[in-house]
Design a protein around this ligand. Structure first.
Ligand code: GTP
Ligand code: MG
Length: 187
């Protein structure tokens, strides 16, 4: 079993806790309470490793130790305690809230200053940018405030993984963690 430390960062109410709750417990709460300080959860996934021996693929267990931080401004000073030594970071914004992408970009820049993130660094922290609440634009495209193109371009320019998801409808959540697990295992 290989363990990786993962941190979630992003503005308050973008859905960090909802993403983690969906991933760990497969539940969703319409009235989720805002996180105080941070919450710790863990979850294990399985990967198939067929790099060494393609004829007999091997199953590998990856355990994520997850720090779900509080997005409210008053907890901002605590964040470095949680992202310290992280192997991976999920930075979340809400695709129906324009301010939340600028906040996410600030987190990306802070992590790039404080953690190893260069693509060729074997100990780098792998960052995934995640736009949540995709369900809200399904019926009404005018709810969308952040285009996929803009967020994807930023991700490509900065070497980030990128997903648009819905914690509510369970769209794309597993994929975030599966992709991070594979990237971490293969780095
Ligand atoms: P803080 O803990 O304050 O940093 O917020 P957070 O980022 O953890 O947000 P949280 O998961 O508490 O979600 C905030 C609100 O958004 C809650 O009312 C959730 O039910 C709602 N929410 C979260 N994810 C989704 C989603 O995918 N779709 C919709 N429609 N609502 C969502
Ligand atoms: Mg929370």
């Amino acid at each position: 079993m290989i363990q990786f430390k993962l941190v979630l960062l992003g503005d308050s109410s973008v859905g960090k806790s909802s993403i983690v709750t969906r991933f760990v417990k497969d539940q969703f709460d319409e009235n989720k309470e805002s996180t105080i300080g941070a919450a710790f959860l863990s979850q294990t996934i399985k990967l198939i490793d067929n790099q060494d021996n393609p004829d007999s693929p091997e199953e590998v267990s990856i355990k994520f130790e997850i720090w779900d931080t509080a997005g409210q401004e008053r907890y901002k000073a605590l964040a470095p305690m949680y992202y310290r030594n992280s192997n991976a970071a999920i930075i979340v914004y809400d695709i129906t809230d324009d301010k939340s992408l600028s906040k996410a970009i600030k987190w990306v820049n802070e992590l790039k200053e404080r953690l190893p993130t260069d693509l060729d660094d074997p100990n780098r922290c792998i960052i995934s940018l995640v736009g949540n609440k995709l369900d809200l634009v399904d019926d009404q495209e005018s709810n969308r405030k952040i285009s996929t193109q803009e967020a994807r371009d930023f991700s490509i320019d900065n070497g980030l993984l990128f997903h648009e998801v819905s914690a509510k409808n369970n769209i794309g959540i597993k994929e975030i963690f599966q992709e991070l697990g594979e990237a971490l295992y293969n780095q």
